[in-house]
Design a protein. Structure first.
Length: 510
């Protein structure tokens, strides 16, 4: 086969990313050589490819669903918010500048259409099928003129469109109908039908509504996916992460030892790559939660200061909240603290920043002996090393260059020379994202934390984060295979949108 599909959504968080991954995993299990694609992604969760390109983590996850190596072609434009009004623009894996929302949508975005289409064409020339993910909603009529990720890419590439709606939020029928009715006739001709996501209950109760929706729009519903726990993998937008509750669905298996281990993650502004803590949440007996008050650190066995797109802003936020002083006390009391990337920089002596915040010299928390200088060039690497006697892999995404002036080495090369990070007492820091996904290192680190915290916690000897991720992706593939009309979906990917789909008034405003 040779074809493609655009998975759009009635809203952000309708389930486009996981549905795209599920379709990819279903196809690859049928022997199809498939690749994911998202023309433009706004996310603080990013990943570094083997060639040193930065892309959204959702696309890296979808590439894993396809069982292929992720590349910059799969996410040519990545926007990394630096606040409410501006974002860093990453083009083909490399940062090219900061733009306001008005500046980007006012002209820059449409100029990228040629690059986006070239990337998609290259993927379609290499793979049997390319499953594309939209962004937000295709019915954002204020942005349609410059759109390069929803109907703009569908029209230019001739892609059929499947619209996903989250019924758990309510109003899914109105959302489906309204999405189609706000598109131009040319755009509507590509919208093949709908996919209901996160349904709870008896599907037979939904069927009369689906029949009426077909009567109103002339479009079929390609499946009703049931609500499933534990499928929120590699989410895109760090700005919307909850400040409360545990991470995802922390593993419900009982602890191997007598105690659980409690991990508190400081929910700093512009948090990036909060997926770093997913591997901890996958460990039986480890409870991970986000916190934003100093009293919430009191019963934590480990506190993590995660990465951020606004290091100086996050540092000020920690001080305003009283968390900075609580972190200093923990370090002085030799209670475990881990800083990752921006969090590592925050724990240092001072930061010289003329790049990100342009605030010049700012004093850090002073609990680790390092000095940070922000450089214009972003470091994007996939390093490997040894820590706590175990192999560890990670990826680096940062402008800050750290000069470590004391403490003990944290991650070293095979010759014992320091590669990254440092340690003082029970305070650790590293620039490496994803290091906790290395199973042996994670277990060794948790043993150190448990000993320092006085907890009778024992890491499970057989937890494989990579295997758990594969299980999640197979579950997504199972959802598509068991609850979608796969024959109709196959025809859609191979042959495009059905001919003669009716126009639903009023259409896009003139």
């Amino acid at each position: 086969m040779s074809g493609g599909l655009l998975v759009a959504g009635t809203t952000s968080d309708a389930g486009k990313s996981v549905v795209t991954a599920g379709i990819c995993r279903w196809l690859v299990r049928q022997g199809v050589k498939v690749a994911p694609f998202k023309a433009q992604n706004m996310s603080l969760n990013s990943f570094v490819t083997r060639e040193g390109a930065e892309i959204g983590r959702a696309q890296a996850m979808q590439a894993q669903a396809c069982r292929v190596e992720p590349t910059a072609l799969m996410n040519p434009v990545l926007l990394k918010p630096g606040g409410e009004q501006s974002s860093q623009v990453v083009l083909l894996g490399k940062p090219v500048g900061e733009l306001s929302a008005r500046g980007y949508h006012g002209g820059r975005q449409q100029k990228l259409l040629g690059t986006v289409l070239d990337c998609l064409a290259e993927l379609r020339g290499t793979y049997d099928a390319v499953i594309c993910e939209g962004a937000g909603s295709p019915a954002e009529i204020n942005l349609r003129r410059t759109d390069i990720v929803n109907m703009g890419i569908a029209r230019n590439a001739g892609l059929p469109v499947l619209v996903v709606g989250d019924i758990d939020r309510g109003g899914v029928f109105a959302s489906f109908f309204g999405t189609v009715a706000l598109l131009s006739p040319e755009d509507q001709a590509l919208v093949a039908g709908f996919l209901v996501n996160k349904f709870r209950g008896d599907v037979s109760l939904l069927e009369p509504g689906l029949d009426m929706l077909h009567g109103l729009t002339g479009r079929h519903t390609y499946g009703v996916l049931p609500f499933r726990h534990g499928l929120g993998i590699d989410e895109e937008d760090g700005l919307r992460v909850s400040l409360r509750g545990t991470v995802r669905e922390s593993n419900v298996a009982p602890p191997v030892g007598e105690d659980v281990l409690r991990v508190a993650v400081c929910a700093i502004p512009l948090m990036s790559n909060f997926t770093d803590v997913d591997a901890l949440a996958a460990e039986p007996g480890v409870v991970v939660r986000f916190v934003d008050r100093p009293e919430e650190l009191a019963d934590a066995d480990l506190v993590i200061v995660p990465g951020t797109r606004g290091t100086v802003r996050a540092l000020e936020w920690l001080r305003e909240r009283g968390l900075a002083e609580a972190l200093r006390r923990r370090a002085a009391e030799r209670r475990p603290v881990l800083g990752i990337c921006g969090g590592f920089q925050i724990l240092g002596e001072h930061i010289e920043d003329e790049v990100e915040s342009r605030r010049g010299r700012v004093e850090g928390l002073g609990v680790l002996p390092l000095r940070v200088r922000f450089a214009p060039e972003k470091i994007l690497t996939r390093p490997e090393g040894t820590a706590l006697g175990e192999r560890v892999e990670g990826y680096e995404i940062h402008h800050g260059v750290a000069e470590v002036v004391g403490g003990d080495a944290f991650i070293s090369d095979d010759g014992g020379h320091s590669l990254d990070g440092c340690r003082v007492g029970q305070t650790w820091g590293t620039h490496w994202h994803g290091s906790l996904e290395s199973d042996g290192f994670r277990r060794a680190f948790l043993r150190e934390v448990a000993a320092a915290a006085g907890r009778r916690f024992v890491p499970a000897p057989d937890t494989s984060f990579a295997a758990l991720r594969e299980e999640q992706l197979d579950r997504l593939g199972d959802l598509i295979e068991q609850h979608a009309d796969t024959d109709a979906l196959w025809r859609l990917i191979e042959s495009g949108a059905p001919q003669g789909l009716p126009f639903i008034p009023p259409g896009a405003p003139a």
